[in-house]
Design a protein around this ligand. Structure first.
Ligand code: FAD
Length: 804
């Protein structure tokens, strides 16, 4: 066994083998995989081997598409068989909401180039004749669906990696991972110690235990899962061709042909977490006891949906465990707070996602960044707040909802409330209808007395409509207040702070007392942050950005840290409120003895507001006259009482995230992970206007930004007024020009102040002119849309920027 390696991949399941192969494919050949037993000795060997592209997250769907297309390549390279059965699959819809969801998915696929198809019950009868179509509204057919041989596929990855120079060490259990001061690792195994520059944790069922060796908690949990294989069924073996897959979300089941019979698996409601306190090391090539009583209801449902099942005996029952993260997506990427430690765990659909996970991680390690926005599976999407006590109920919820309709406005209830601010009970008494961001309770809107305290999940406009409209009007006509807790906040101090920021950020770094907006770019010029920087003193800065991206940003900052610069994530220590609306300055003045009348737009000052020492900045994401008022978390309630009591003179109203997201549409302000994400560049999104090409600094991403400056990109972010009816754009709806798909939406919604449905999205650069006529597909309906460039409120900026 070799004793030094560039990368030690721990775990020889389908994911570890895919990571190994992709590292070699991208040129890192001094890599090895350590497997405590034989390859496939975790979840992999007993998987049903099904694969599909359908995923609520568009980039995850693209990576699933990549995975499926990779199998032929693997077979060609290795000469081995993955046992591929490209039979196609149909997902059934038994009600209008589920059908709406499939139609919305199909619309996204148009832009992604996936050849899925909405099918009628009559067409389903031809595709999947064993289906009882009672109550079926329609379905979505995906020709890429299929299944494979899990073991053959894993060995094909392994062989392809070996052919490129990788080494695989079987029967080699990792028992310790110890970091040296230079950031490299001693990987201690029962066969000796290996010195590795990087570690990849791909230990699947044991990822928690392997993580704990380095002091890392990975938020994942194994769940038991069962599928049955039937005896021979004449309706199956007498067919000329293999029966396609059928996903029946109402019955929480997936079904496919297995030999001369069928195989059907269930995501049952009475599901069971496995190995709560840790996966036993002696678990391996074995199955769990059958627990058919748990899937009794699902089986009964399936007998009705697929009557042939009722006539067939059960040949075998497979009950095995596999791991889930709280949202069901993998945990991939550099582990925040660690050097040279990478995660490739919690992959619950290894045969749909394993290739994409391997590619993404290899790109990240070899090239410094993945080629697309992979936040949906980035391990930084969960923060330090997460605990096993939170993970378990969330994983159960996710398992139970695997086949549920997912609505764009939905808030999932498990493990909540967990993180709350000092305002929680006050807002709760005021009727807050709560949302959830990065573990934190955040008011979505405030229900009036007598109104329901629950937003109905819907693809169409929801019952939050009236409350949102009320809150928007309160801001635009007088004043509204909400928390700034859900911004990610960093304090950057030290003699080197300004120079460091100048290198990290593409924009201008403000002088003391001033603020600036700036994109943060990756070396390839992709957007990895849109920050507001406030200069509180020559050596002290406050940075604000997305709350949910705080660990993502913190990881980047630490990767680029320098002596003389102190970087603190103060997201939960510094909190406060924003007040916005025409009376915002009057309210602020009534609460402080300091004169605010000369405060310019983008000024920042320290001042005492009521009893509280605050940092006050004149800026507002509502696009209105507004102030963000930051204080220490311990003083937040005092500050609230000051502002709220004084605000009564102006009929102040609280507002939530629904109103905020509506207000920003009036000015076409983009939002993180919608308009601004690593999928896009500054020039594409218009954030290049905040890049300081004048500054004499080689900031990260400068070369790429200069290239785009010389040659405009192919697409441009624009806003559209949409002729919508009862449903607005959410994201990724296709934009048609002259009857052809030419772009896609990034977000949208109803702008309550101008009373217009607005969409934002990309179209070809040379077509992006005011007045351009387009069509946007919303829930299967083509909606006329017109490109607009003049903001719908305060077009000249007089209110937002004007003198007080
Ligand atoms: C019943 C069932 C049906 C399924 N059906 C499907 C399906 O149809 N389609 C699909 O895509 N997915 C399916 N899955 C899920 C799929 O099995 C997993 O997504 C996949 O196997 C995860 O692979 P992995 O490599 O991450 O983990 P694992 O397969 O768990 O591999 C981890 C490996 O790491 C090794 N290891 C752990 N600790 C150490 C250590 N300390 N030192 C050295 N080696 C170590 C283990 O021995 C193991 O081989 C199913 C799962 C089950 C249980």
């Amino acid at each position: 066994m070799k004793t030094t390696t560039r990368v030690a991949v721990i775990g020889g399941g389908v994911v570890g083998c895919s990571v190994l192969y992709h590292l070699t494919k991208l040129g890192w050949t001094d890599v090895m995989l350590l497997e405590r037993s034989e390859l496939t000795s975790g979840s992999t060997w007993h998987a049903a081997g099904g694969f599909h592209t359908l995923n609520g997250d568009t980039n995850m769907a693209a990576l699933q598409g990549y995975t499926i297309r990779l199998y032929r390549e693997l077979e060609e390279i290795t000469g081995m068989s993955c046992g591929l059965h490209h039979v196609g699959g149909v997902t059934l819809a038994d009600n209008q909401d589920r059908f709406d969801m499939l139609v919305a998915e199909r619309a996204k696929h148009r832009y992604m180039g996936l050849e899925t198809e909405i099918v009628s019950p009559e067409e389903i009868a031809k595709i999947a004749p064993i289906t009882n179509l009672d109550g079926i509204v329609g379905g979505l057919f995906d020709p890429l669906d299929g299944h494979l041989d899990p073991s053959g596929t894993t060995h094909a990855y392994a062989k392809a990696a070996r052919m490129n120079g990788a080494q695989i060490e079987l029967h080699c259990k990792v028992i310790e991972t110890n970091q040296r001061p230079d950031g490299t690792w001693d990987v201690v195994t029962d066969k000796g110690t290996i010195h590795a520059e990087h570690i990849v944790n791909a230990a699947g069922l044991w990822a928690r235990e392997v993580g704990a060796m380095a002091g890392i908690y990975f938020p994942l949990h194994p769940m038991e899962h069962q599928y049955l294989v039937t005896d021979d069924i004449p309706e199956i073996y007498e067919r000329d061709s293999e029966h396609p897959h059928v996903m029946d979300p109402a019955g929480e089941s997936y079904l496919r042909q297995e030999g001369r019979g069928l195989c059907i698996g269930f995501y049952e409601q009475p599901c069971e977490p496995w190995a709560v306190d840790g996966t036993p090391w002696d678990f391996g090539h074995e199955l769990l006891n059958d627990k058919l009583e748990k899937v009794e209801d699902s089986i009964e449902f399936a007998y009705n949906r697929f009557p042939v099942l009722g006539r067939a005996g059960v040949k075998s029952v497979i009950n095995g465990p596999f791991t889930f993260a709280p949202d069901g997506n993998p945990l991939v990427g550099p582990v925040p707070g660690m050097r040279n430690y990478w995660s490739a765990c919690a992959v619950m659909a290894g045969f749909s996602q394993g290739g994409g996970v391997g590619l993404t991680l290899a790109q990240w390690m070899v090239e410094g960044e993945p080629e697309r926005d992979v936040f949906a599976m980035d391990c930084a999407r969960f923060g330090q707040w997460i605990t096993p006590g939170y993970t378990r109920p969330k994983v159960i919820e996710n398992y139970q909802r695997r086949f549920s309709v997912t609505y764009p406005n939905e808030e999932l209830p498990a493990a909540r409330p967990f993180q709350t601010t000092p305002m929680y009970d006050i807002f709760d008494q005021m009727g807050a209808v709560w949302g959830h961001q990065f573990g934190l309770e955040v008011p979505n809107y405030f229900a009036a007395p007598g109104e329901e305290r629950y937003e109905t999940p819907s693809f169409r406009r929801s019952n939050a409509w009236e409350a949102t409209k009320r809150e928007v009007r309160a801001v635009r006509t007088s004043i509204g207040i909400n928390e700034v807790h859900n911004f990610g906040k960093f304090r950057i101090t030290g003699a080197g702070a300004r120079d460091w920021l100048d290198r990290i950020m593409a924009g201008r770094i403000p002088q003391p007392g001033r603020m600036s907006l700036t994109p943060m770019l990756s070396p390839k010029g992709r957007l990895i942050g849109d920050f507001t920087i406030s200069c509180l003193g020559e050596d002290e800065f406050q940075l604000t950005a997305s709350y949910g991206a705080q660990d993502f940003h913190h990881r980047w900052f630490l990767q680029h840290s320098e002596d003389g610069v102190k970087i603190e994530n103060i997201s939960n220590q510094r909190t406060g409120f924003q007040i916005a609306g025409p009376n915002a300055a009057k309210l602020l003045q009534s609460c402080t003895r300091q004169d605010v009348s000369d405060m310019r737009f983008m000024d920042v000052r320290r001042m005492t507001v009521g009893m509280t020492d605050c940092i006050v900045q004149r800026v507002s994401y509502t696009g209105d006259l507004g102030f963000e008022i930051y204080c220490d978390v311990m003083s937040q309630r005092s500050l609230w009482h000051t502002l709220w009591d004084a605000g009564q003179a102006f009929d102040i109203k609280p507002f939530g995230m629904r109103a905020m997201m509506s207000l920003r549409l009036d000015k076409f302000f983009g939002s993180w992970l919608r308009e601004f994400s690593p999928d896009y560049t500054a020039a594409e999104t218009g954030l290049d206007r905040f890049i300081s090409f004048k500054k004499n600094v080689d900031f990260i991403g400068r070369d790429a930004a200069e290239i785009e400056r010389a040659t405009p990109p192919a697409r441009k972010l624009c806003a559209f007024e949409v002729d919508a009816e009862d449903a607005d754009v959410v994201a990724y709806e296709p934009i048609f020009l002259d009857g052809q798909v030419a772009g896609f939406c990034t977000s949208g919604g109803y702008a309550h102040w101008p009373e217009k449905s607005i969409a934002m999205g990309f179209v070809p650069w040379d077509r992006a002119e005011a007045g351009l006529k387009a069509q946007i597909e919303i829930l299967g309906q083509m909606r006329d849309a017109t490109l607009i460039t003049d903001p719908l409120f305060d077009a000249d900026g007089a209110r937002m920027r004007g003198a007080l």
